[in-house]
Ligand binder design. Structure first.
Ligand SMILES: Cc1cc2nc3c(=O)[nH]c(=O)nc-3n(C[C@H](O)[C@H](O)[C@H](O)COP(=O)(O)OP(=O)(O)OC[C@H]3O[C@@H](n4cnc5c(N)ncnc54)[C@H](O)[C@@H]3O)c2cc1C
Length: 343
C-alpha cells in the first residue's frame, strides 16, 4: 500500500508566526508556500525582546539555532516621567534580537528547508480555501495609538531593559545587537503634530514628559533606515473565526508592555502545527482542524490576554500611573505574580 501524498499548506504573512509555522511544517515534509507582502530584511516597530518563550516551543519549532546569539536581559528598570520607580529581575531572561535579523533568519531557514517564499506579493484575504493559514499580523483597528521605533548606536543604558512610563505613552529600550539599542514606544496620537518618520519619536518623547530620554537619544547616532512607525493599533478580543485558520497577531494582539507578542506568535504556530499535520496527512477534515486550532489558541492565551488588557490602562494613562506609583512605594506591587499571569 502506498501512502497518499501530504496535502500542501499555504500561509499568508511572513512575520514571526507565519515563518515559524512554515519552517516546522517543511521540516515535517509538508509542501508550504508562503506569501509575504514585503521583503527581508526589514525593520518593524517592536520592542525586540521576547519574554515567556518556553523551551518546549523553541524545541518543537526548531528555533534554537535562530535564537542562539540573542542577548539575554534580566534586569529591568522602570521609570515614571524620567524618575526611577523600581528595579526588578525577571524570573527568566528576555531574549533580545532585532526583527531585522530575526525575520531574515526565519525566512532563510524556511527557504533552506525547501519552502516556497513569494515576497512582494499581497494576497487577497477574502479567499479561504482549505489549507490556507492567515498570519497577516494585527487586524487594522480604529484607534489613536501609534507605535514608533528606531535603533540608536552606543546609547548607554541604566539597566539591561529600560521601561519608561510617560503621559499616555510607554517606551522600552534594550541592546539588540552589539552596540545597537532598540528604542520602541506606544503613544496616544496627538493631533496637529507635523511629523516625519525621523522627528516623530523625539517629538512624542518630549510631549509625553520624557525629556531626559529624548535628550539621551538626541546625543547619539541613529540608524536612519531603522525609523519606523505604525498606526491603528488595537488590542481587541481574540477573533477565532469559524471560516479561517488564524495565528499570531491575527488571532489576538497582546499589549506590547508584556514583551510577549512574539512568544505568542511562536506559540500560536506551535498550537497549529499538529492539527495541520493531521489535516495534511488526510486524518482530519478542514473544519475539524479549524475548530481544534481555535480551541488550542483560546485555551493557551485566554488568561494572559485578559490580564494584559486589564493592566494596560494603569501603565498608559497618568491616573493609572499615579496609582501604580503609590502601590509600588508601599511595596505592594506583586511583580512575580503579575509576570506569571502575563506569560
Ligand atoms: C510598539 C510595539 C512594541 C512591541 N514590542 C514587543 C516586544 O518587545 N516583544 C514582543 O514579543 N512583541 C512586541 N510587540 C508585538 C510583536 O511585534 C507582534 O506580536 C509580532 O510581530 C506578531 O507576529 P505576527 O507574525 O503575528 O505578525 P507580523 O510580524 O506583523 O507579520 C505579519 C506579516 O504579514 C504580512 N502581510 C499582511 N497582510 C498581507 C497580505 N495581504 N498578503 C501577504 N502578506 C501580508 C506583513 O507584511 C507581515 O510581514 C510589539 C508591538 C508593538 C506595536
Amino acid at each position: 500500500m502506498t501512502a497518499s501524498p501530504l496535502k500542501p499548506v499555504q500561509i499568508i504573512g511572513g512575520g514571526i508566526a507565519g515563518l515559524s509555522l512554515g519552517l516546522a511544517l517543511r521540516r515535517a515534509g509538508v509542501s508550504v508556500t508562503l506569501i509575504e507582502a514585503g521583503d527581508y530584511p526589514r525593520h518593524r516597530v517592536c520592542g525586540e525582546f521576547i519574554t515567556g518563550l518556553d523551551t518546549g516551543t523553541i524545541d518543537r519549532l526548531g528555533l534554537a539555532p535562530i535564537l542562539a546569539d540573542a542577548q539575554h536581559h534580566r534586569e529591568v528598570s522602570w521609570f515614571l516621567r524620567d524618575r526611577l520607580l523600581r528595579r526588578q529581575m525577571l524570573p527568566d531572561p528576555a531574549l533580545a534580537l532585532s526583527r531585522h535579523v530575526l525575520d531574515q533568519r526565519l525566512a532563510n531557514a524556511f527557504v533552506s528547508a525547501g519552502g516556497e517564499l513569494r515576497t512582494h506579493t499581497r494576497a487577497d484575504l477574502e479567499q479561504t480555501p482549505d489549507g490556507r493559514v492567515f498570519a497577516t499580523g494585527r487586524r487594522p483597528a480604529r484607534s489613536d495609538w501609534i507605535g514608533l521605533k528606531c535603533h540608536a548606536y552606543g546609547l548607554a543604558l541604566k539597566s539591561e531593559l529600560e521601561f519608561h512610563l510617560g503621559d499616555n505613552a510607554y517606551v522600552g529600550l534594550c541592546v539588540v545587537e552589539e552596540d545597537r539599542v532598540n528604542v520602541s514606544g506606544l503613544f496616544r496620537q496627538r493631533p496637529g503634530f507635523g511629523l516625519t518618520r525621523e522627528t516623530a519619536l523625539l517629538t512624542y518623547l518630549r510631549a509625553s514628559g520624557l525629556a531626559d530620554l529624548a535628550h539621551r537619544l538626541s546625543e547619539v547616532e541613529i540608524d536612519p533606515a531603522s525609523f519606523s512607525a505604525v498606526a491603528g493599533l488595537g488590542f481587541s478580543k481574540p477573533t477565532a473565526r469559524a471560516d479561517r485558520l488564524v495565528i499570531g497577531d491575527t488571532f489576538a494582539m497582546i499589549p506590547p508592555f508584556t514583551g510577549n507578542g512574539m512568544a505568542m506568535a511562536f506559540q500560536s504556530a506551535e498550537c497549529a502545527l499538529d492539527p495541520l499535520l493531521a489535516w495534511s496527512r488526510g486524518e482530519a477534515d478542514w473544519l475539524v482542524t479549524l475548530r481544534k486550532v481555535n480551541d488550542r489558541l483560546r485555551r493557551r492565551f485566554r488568561r494572559r490576554l485578559a490580564s494584559a488588557k486589564t493592566l494596560h490602562p494603569f501603565l498608559f494613562n497618568p491616573q493609572g500611573q499615579r496609582w501604580l506609583a503609590v502601590v509600588n512605594r508601599a511595596g505592594l506591587l506583586p511583580m512575580r505574580a503579575l509576570y506569571n499571569v502575563l506569560h
